[in-house]
Design a protein around this ligand. Structure first.
Ligand SMILES: Nc1ncnc2c1ncn2[C@@H]1O[C@H](COP(=O)(O)OP(=O)(O)O)[C@@H](O)[C@H]1O
Ligand SMILES: [Mg+2]
Length: 298
């Protein structure tokens, strides 16, 4: 391939069958990539008709169905010439056991117990409601809030996920989210870009249906994160294997804990980026970083 560095770069923007034309970020993203000098086209990651070799590189975006196909997703990513974010980071970030790495690195994190199928049962920190969700998950799918782990609904969800061979995570329901919401901080091209506040999704006890971006967009508003929230975000990004310099995009979601914000999720795979809340300069920084990463030798 000799076109890299000369002419316009060809970028495949990976999405899923449910969103073949990308999500609500799509038009802004494609415009920024176009302005930066790339021909970017959406392509469904597991569409056998796509020849990924014809792209100089692949930008991973709305690949929301990977939780049920993680192995295939990661081998696809490794098979691409280069992905943004890098395939090694995707492998690490698509299993929420990464939270253990971040907690060990000193990042304030929602207390979490992981229950592997066939493994020992575990207690849950605290006495109130609990949240049960799969360790490989997104869109709040198969996620529920219950009065405790012994609640029949919780036991049924754990059993159902274990029957599928999936590791389950259990967390205390942190009720600060009810009044202060969840704060998503978006980093583009290495720097902080913008943040939004999201309303709690588990206001009621029970298993909720998966969310779609449109549901979330209707209730978000742009906010300025405080220093404590930004410090958690930066600590989390500093602990990403391979370092944060290689990350073209990242979203750090925090909720209120007992003594300050705690990390709920660090998303460097297929996170919605709320690009309408970024500035044009922020979107340009994302596009320039993507092109820089895809141009890098080695
Ligand atoms: N421990 C928790 N306490 C309070 N709310 C939670 C907790 N875990 C999840 N939630 C709610 O459920 C939503 C989805 O959970 P999350 O951990 O972000 O998984 P994902 O977004 O990958 O499906 C969050 O946005 C939040 O509203
Ligand atoms: Mg989330």
């Amino acid at each position: 391939m000799t076109t890299v560095g000369r002419g316009r770069m060809r970028i495949g923007v990976a999405t899923c069958r449910a969103a073949p034309d990308l999500d609500e970020d799509g038009p802004l993203l494609l415009a920024a990539l176009d302005a930066a000098g790339a021909d970017a086209v959406p392509a469904v990651w597991d569409d056998p008709g796509v020849d990924w070799a014809r792209f100089d590189g692949v930008l991973v975006r709305s690949t929301w169905d990977y939780p049920l196909h993680r192995g295939a997703f990661l081998s696809w990513a490794r098979g691409c010439r280069r992905t943004v974010n890098p395939a090694g980071v995707l492998a690490w970030n698509t299993d929420k056991r990464y939270l253990q790495d971040l907690a060990r690195a000193g990042v304030p994190t929602v207390p979490t117990v992981f229950l592997a199928p066939g493994g020992p049962a575990g207690g849950v920190p605290g006495a109130g409601d609990v949240v049960v969700k799969p360790a490989v998950s997104g869109s709040a799918a198969d996620t529920g809030r219950f009065a405790g782990l012994s609640d029949p609904g919780a036991a049924a969800l754990v059993a159902a996920l274990h029957a599928q061979g999936r590791t389950v995570m259990v967390q205390p329901y942190l009720s600060g989210i009810d009044t202060q919401g969840e704060t998503s901080m978006v980093f583009l091209g290495g720097g902080f870009s913008h943040a939004v506040r999201r309303e709690p999704l588990l206001g009621d006890v029970g298993v909720r249906r998966a969310v779609v971006v449109a549901d979330v967009l209707g209730t978000v508003r742009r906010v300025e994160p405080d220093d404590a929230q930004l410090a958690v975000a930066r600590a989390a990004l500093d602990a990403v294997p391979g370092g944060r310099a290689a990350l073209s995009y990242a979203r750090v979601d925090v909720i209120p804990g007992d003594s300050g914000p705690v990390l709920l999720e660090l998303e460097v795979t297929d996170c919605f980026l709320f690009l309408a809340s970024a500035t044009p300069a922020g979107r340009a920084q994302l596009a320039e970083h993507v092109l820089g990463e895809l141009r890098r030798e080695g």
